[in-house]
Design a protein around this ligand. Structure first.
Ligand code: CP3
Length: 335
């Protein structure tokens, strides 16, 4: 079995598996070359291109998993929602969803045709060997709703967090719909050959625990349930130390931990759960000696968990020197 799938099953493989969030993308010159003249959302819907970009970091870095090249916004695009990704800004929603009427309008959208995703995943899987699984992914309902309500990225998600209390019924309707889209997006990837999935609740860290439990967790649980028993599920959020057990208890095979919480502490907070993470992305630009010492420390702390998938504590910064990532993979494989 591949080292990633062994670790996700809760046992320790011979070599530590390693992959990086945002391993495909702007840190790679070969990515910039093939992306030339295509917007990111166009690239996500061109099967040949999405497959090629997915495979680039596997060839270059010898990571133990591919992550499907797409975006958490892709299911919204497939459902016909007016969303764009603006370079340097991120997702932008032309008409943010703020009122009950806005919610009624948006929840009418459905994904009718996901064949571009099916085709891209098939192309990737055909080229990856047994040893290197493809990880599918989706954005969690809260992170999607945070963009839909705010209209773009936000630090504290004030509008989304106000709406969930001002009109809980509309909020639940919006999240239930977002959960359906995410579940469908994951299902399509798994049907086409993805062998693990990651649910990105990148912005859940801005929620207090009670709000997460009542207004968000049931919807994330619904997404995870949709692929239960089919493939192992990784659940990840940024700044979610206060939510780790709440994120683990809805049925996941591993928990992604951001760079702020040391893995030995995370292992104490969620005993028995395999952990993924959490090399600080900032250290990629701090020189090899500092990075090596930090990576060794992360691996040492990760031994407190039943199994450890090495990753960064958030995505690869676009300015990263790709050679540093290749060297880091080699180091992890030696440890
Ligand atoms: O290698 C991989 O990780 C696979 C591809 C991937 C992308 N987006 C491609 C992408 C994945 C897993 C995502 C998920 C995603 N997208 C998340 C969750 C992960 C996280 O970072 O917390 C979020 C919040 C988004 C929304 C989004 N899309 C942002 C904030 C941005 C950055 C905008 C910018 O220019 O700074 C994007 C665009 C995007 N998605 C890029 C890539 C490679 C960069 C744009 C480009 O290459 O033109």
């Amino acid at each position: 079995m591949s080292s990633l799938l062994t670790a996700l099953s809760g046992t320790r493989p011979e070599t530590l598996p390693v992959w990086f969030m945002r391993q495909a993308g702007r840190s790679l010159p070969e990515y910039k070359e093939v992306r030339e003249g295509t917007t990111i959302l166009e690239a996500c819907l061109k099967p040949d291109l999405a497959a090629e970009i997915t495979l680039q970091p596997v060839r270059r870095h010898k990571v133990d998993a591919a992550i499907f090249f797409s975006d958490i916004m892709t299911p919204l695009v497939l459902a016909g929602v007016d969303v764009d990704i603006v370079p340097g800004i991120g997702p932008v929603i032309e008409e943010p969803i703020r009122t009950a009427a806005d919610v009624e309008r948006v929840v009418a959208h459905r994904i009718e045709d996901a064949s571009a995703i099916t085709e891209a995943v098939r192309l990737v899987v055909a080229e990856l060997g047994e040893q290197t699984p493809l990880i599918g992914f989706a954005g969690a309902p809260f992170t999607l709703a945070a963009y839909l309500v705010e209209g773009r990225g936000s630090r504290d998600h004030l509008k989304a967090r106000a709406m969930m209390h001002a009109d809980p019924a509309s909020w639940h309707r919006l999240l239930d719909w977002a959960a359906e889209l995410s579940a469908q997006f994951l299902g399509v990837q798994v049907d086409a050959g993805a062998r693990a999935v990651q649910l990105f609740d990148s912005w859940a860290g801005s929620l207090k625990r009670d709000d997460y439990l009542e207004l968000v967790q049931p919807h994330s649980a619904k997404v995870l349930k949709a692929v239960e028993g089919r493939v192992p599920r990784i659940h990840f959020g940024v700044g979610t130390r206060h939510l780790l057990s709440e994120m683990a208890e809805i049925g996941v095979e591993a928990l992604g931990v951001d760079y702020r919480t040391p893995l030995d502490e995370a292992a104490w907070l969620v005993p028995g759960v395999p952990l993924q993470g959490n090399i600080d992305p900032a250290l990629l630009a701090a020189g090899w000696d500092a990075l090596e010492a930090h990576a060794r420390d992360v691996v040492r702390r990760g031994r407190e968990a039943p199994a450890h998938v090495v990753n960064l504590g958030h995505g690869v910064p676009p300015t990263t020197d790709p050679e540093v990532l290749t060297d880091l993979v080699a180091l992890i494989h030696e440890l």
